[in-house]
Design a protein around this ligand. Structure first.
Ligand SMILES: [Zn+2]
Length: 233
């Protein structure tokens, strides 16, 4: 039922008679189903949309919005995502699924352990500068293999060889500055790593300017594999 109504709304927006249909829907429904439409979405609103979507995902009530024919047609001419997500490449944490969003909603950049390099920074800067996304989420996750490998390197004193070693070395610095109290050190490092990357982005020469003048908010998050929930750090 809800899906049909959303489809009808989007189709009528495309055909230029959206206002008449929108009046039949609660404003909350409009805001939630078309966040990248005409209404401006600020960082607070973007955060709420992500929270709402993750709640649906965690409860197995995903709506899978913005996948249909009308949305695809709407996006041919451009994109206006309401948030950027820097997440891990891990196959268990695709941002569109865990936030229950669809096409055109999220600008996603993924690397193992959310490690930054020139390509990642360039992509994130593109989203802030040209797409004007008001929110950037750095999302680590429970059971991250890249962080676990850095913990292993910390304990053994040996980095893995090759490209993987280069990546793990980027996380090692955070691991070495995280207190090991024996409880759940890997998860502590997951949180510390997400927080560290968020700080680096806030202090970045280019992205920092967007943060300083209020055009961009950078938040760190952790996704739990066990409960499917995103917590803000
Ligand atoms: Zn990971």
């Amino acid at each position: 039922m809800a899906i049909t109504r959303r489809g009808a709304l989007k189709a009528s927006v495309l055909s230029g008679v959206g206002a008449a249909v929108a009046t039949t829907l609660p404003s909350a429904a409009w805001a939630d189903t078309d966040p990248s439409g005409t209404a401006a979405v600020d960082a607070d609103k973007a955060l709420r949309l992500l929270e709402q979507g993750n709640k649906r995902w965690a409860r197995h009530h995903s709506r899978h919005p913005h996948e249909g024919r009308a949305r695809r047609a709407q996006l041919v001419g451009g994109q206006n995502p309401f948030a950027t997500v820097l997440g891990c490449a891990d196959s268990r944490v695709p941002p569109e699924l865990v936030f229950d969003r669809g096409l055109g909603d999220l600008f996603t950049v993924r690397s193992a352990g959310q490690v930054l390099d020139g390509s990642v920074l360039g992509s994130l800067t593109y989203a802030a500068e040209h797409l004007h996304t008001p929110l950037l989420v750095v999302m680590g996750h429970q059971g991250c293999g890249a962080v676990s490998a850095a913990v292993e390197a910390h304990r053994t004193g040996e980095l893995p060889p090759g490209h993987i070693g280069g990546l793990v070395a980027e996380i090692l610095e955070v691991v070495e500055s995280t207190p090991d109290d024996g409880e759940d050190f890997i998860d502590d490092c997951v949180r510390a790593n997400a927080g560290h990357i968020a700080r680096l982005l806030r202090e970045d020469d280019e992205l920092g300017g967007f943060v300083a003048d209020g055009r961009l908010r950078v938040v760190a998050a952790r996704y739990g594999l066990e409960d499917s929930r995103v917590s803000w750090l």
